[in-house]
Design a protein around this ligand. Structure first.
Ligand SMILES: *Cc1c(COP(=O)(O)O)cnc(C)c1O
Length: 390
């Protein structure tokens, strides 16, 4: 059975696109390489946009900052969420307009705020008094949205307590911002990355709507709701397809917030993950003892060269080999570096063909998000993840 975009539920990976298939068939790689089909990025953008309706998509650049990905999104009219001067410069250099860029990191360097202000960016995030003061000083008159802490995340990759503040602090920050001449326009939050079903947003949206209505009742003229990211990709567990998912989220937003002047969403993973396939290679297959049930399979890519999200075995990538269909057995999967933390899956071993051997190609599916951007510059002498956009 083949699933297509637009169907309500995806319970297996789509076949590789014909462009990826043909490229991989004729290309030899001498190092792990992420191959991105920018047509899939475009398809995902349009599918999400169809469900989001009038809400603006601000692509979270950190998920995959490849120039071809960003240019394609500029062409489609996407907006961008940037976290640093570097990401802002990248977006501007590819034709994004400053009005279409939000500076969404809540921890910004003062000189980066000044730079953003100077190039015409007017929308900033904050979750602390000191940050409000930095923005007021370096970007006078700017619009700010206050990031709220999320406590009810049902995500596979929750974002912890690092970002956001509670209700009372948020309302106090709006007052502080106004006093300093800023325009506190709204709130933001993030449900947690890889929130697989739209219904999982309900509890978070209830909490956020409470703060929104309280702040408005206290006289804050909120006009902007930033619902963040969290849009899922397929990694083996069923997810809702992008249009149905985005429409499901928006219906819940409308039910709680009513008609909001401006809604923005910041998909990262949901926009780019499924556009990328990682071609890598088996370096070694071994057993620690003749009695071991598990083989150890060492790949030429690991935790430090792109697969950071295997931390805690949170994100479980789908693997494909040319020997799929043959008899399989359980394997512990590890990376190539000399670091004992560089083990990808051990608590829940992966099943791979028994004949798998050094030199075999392994494809890691749906790996377009948080791989190249997480790869070290050269830990242990392994080069950063190579990327090709087709
Ligand atoms: C990383 C990030 C996102 C993207 O999250 P996904 O779960 O990949 O969609 C969105 N907004 C902010 C502020 C982020 O930091």
């Amino acid at each position: 059975m083949t699933m297509h975009f637009g169907e309500a539920l995806a319970s297996r990976a789509l076949p590789l696109s014909s462009r990826l298939e043909s490229y991989l068939a004729v290309t030899e790689f001498d190092r792990p390489t992420l191959v991105i089909d920018t047509n899939i990025v475009a398809q995902q953008y349009l599918a999400l946009k169809a469900g989001l309706g009038s809400a603006d998509i601000h692509y979270a650049v950190k998920a995959n900052p490849e120039r071809e990905v960003l240019s394609r999104l500029v062409e489609l009219g996407s907006h961008f969420d940037a976290a640093s001067r570097g990401e802002i410069e990248l977006c501007l250099s590819l034709g994004a307009r400053p009005e279409a860029i939000s500076f969404g990191n809540t921890v910004k360097r003062a000189s980066d705020i000044a730079f953003a202000h100077q190039v015409g960016i007017t929308l900033f995030a904050a979750d602390a008094e000191e940050e409000i003061e930095k923005i007021a000083h370096h970007a006078p008159g700017a619009q700010v949205y206050i990031r709220l802490l999320v406590t009810n995340s049902q995500a596979d990759w929750p974002l912890s307590r690092k970002f956001g503040c509670d209700r009372d602090s948020a309302i106090a920050l709006m007052g502080h911002a106004k006093m300093l001449g800023l325009d506190p326009v709204g709130i933001s939050f993030h449900v947690g990355s890889q929130t697989r079903k739209s219904e999982m947003w309900g509890a978070v949206l209830d909490e956020m709507a409470g703060v929104w209505h309280d702040a408005r009742a206290l006289g804050h003229d909120l006009r902007l709701l930033n619902i963040g990211g969290g849009f899922p990709a397929f990694y083996g567990e069923a997810i809702e397809a992008p249009t149905a998912y985005a429409a499901g989220v928006m219906a819940q937003v409308r039910a709680r917030f009513g008609a909001v002047e401006r809604v923005m969403a910041e998909p990262g993973r949901g926009l780019v993950a499924e556009s990328g396939v990682l071609a890598c290679e088996v370096m070694l297959v071994s057993r620690k003892s003749s009695l071991d049930a598990h083989r150890w399979v060492y790949l030429d890519i690991g935790r430090f060269s792109g697969l950071a999200e295997t931390e805690g075995e949170a994100i479980r990538y789908q693997l494909e080999t040319a020997r799929d269909g043959e008899a399989e057995g359980p394997c512990i999967l590890a990376g190539p570096s000399c670091d004992s933390a560089d083990v990808l899956y051990e608590k829940r071993p992966v099943h791979l063909p028994l004949t798998l051997a050094a030199g075999d190609r392994v494809l890691i599916r749906n790996a377009g998000a948080y791989t190249s951007s997480y790869s070290s510059v050269g830990f242990n002498g392994f080069p950063p993840l190579a990327v090709v956009a087709i």
